[in-house]
Design a protein around this ligand. Structure first.
Ligand code: MG
Length: 253
């Protein structure tokens, strides 16, 4: 009789412990903490007072004062002029490029095509932002101005047109906010992954994580040739008095 009583007690205890374990497992399974983690903590960045102002971790490439972050592509000196808080293309002086190289990055740049409209098509306010010196995001006055669509403002030149035309009228300041992912190459030069770009033009999405097919060529097909992980950003002298201001970059690695 005493034996039977002890056995019943053991069964009851085991059963109670099992229920307790199940209760604990249920509470863990249903805990919101199971899908939360706390490290690594994202670094603090102080944003600018507006979305156009450089945040604390940006490299400021032009703040309206001097061209010390820039050099000529064909010659060391930069002949472009500073007018007010803007740098203005000096036609015929050539492209300029940053002294520093950039790979994956976020770029903010403001541009203004000439108020006085003197030409048409590709001749109106043409310039360009050659990311890594090779991949051109077109700058052009396409306000009531038609041209080949894969060469209009917001296009990846001769490759991909913008999703929409978000141009402001000539003479007004406009913005490009760009997220760029650099291409990756194998050691033997083959492409591991193509470059990608997202562009917001005057607050409007015009390129959405677009794959770039290679260098943007005036004549011929795009091509990838292995290059460094970081390359200078280049601005184009296309013979028009296009202006730029407030240029900054955040490196994304
Ligand atoms: Mg151009």
């Amino acid at each position: 009789m005493r034996f039977l009583f002890c056995a019943a007690m053991l069964v009851a205890t085991a059963s109670t412990q099992g229920q307790e374990i199940n209760r604990m497992l249920d509470s863990v399974k249903n805990s919101p903490k199971l899908s939360e983690y706390y490290t690594p903590v994202p670094p603090l960045v102080t944003p600018g007072k507006t979305a156009s102002e450089a945040p604390s971790d940006a490299v400021v490439l032009f703040n309206g004062k001097d061209l010390s972050e820039w050099t000529g592509v064909r010659k060391p000196e930069v002949a472009w002029t500073i007018e007010g808080d803007a740098m203005v293309v000096k036609p015929g002086s050539g492209n300029i490029k940053t002294r520093k190289g950039f790979g994956d990055c976020q770029i903010h740049i403001e541009f203004r095509t000439p108020a006085k409209v003197e030409s048409q098509g590709q001749g109106r306010g043409n310039s360009g932002i050659f990311i890594m010196g090779k991949y051109e995001l077109q700058v052009l006055d396409n306000y009531n101005n038609t041209t080949y669509v894969n060469g209009q403002a917001g296009s990846i030149y001769k490759q991909l047109p913008p999703m929409v035309n978000a141009c402001r009228p000539p003479g007004e300041w406009q913005t490009y906010d760009i997220i760029f992912t650099a291409p990756r190459f194998y050691d033997d030069g083959r492409v591991q992954s193509q470059a990608r770009i997202t562009v917001i033009h005057n607050g409007v999405l015009v390129q959405n994580n677009t794959t770039i097919w290679g260098s943007t060529e005036y004549i011929g097909s795009p091509v990838y040739k292995k290059h460094s992980e970081k390359e200078p950003i280049e601005l184009q002298d296309h013979g028009n008095l296009t202006a730029f201001r407030n240029i900054w970059v955040r490196e994304l690695k």
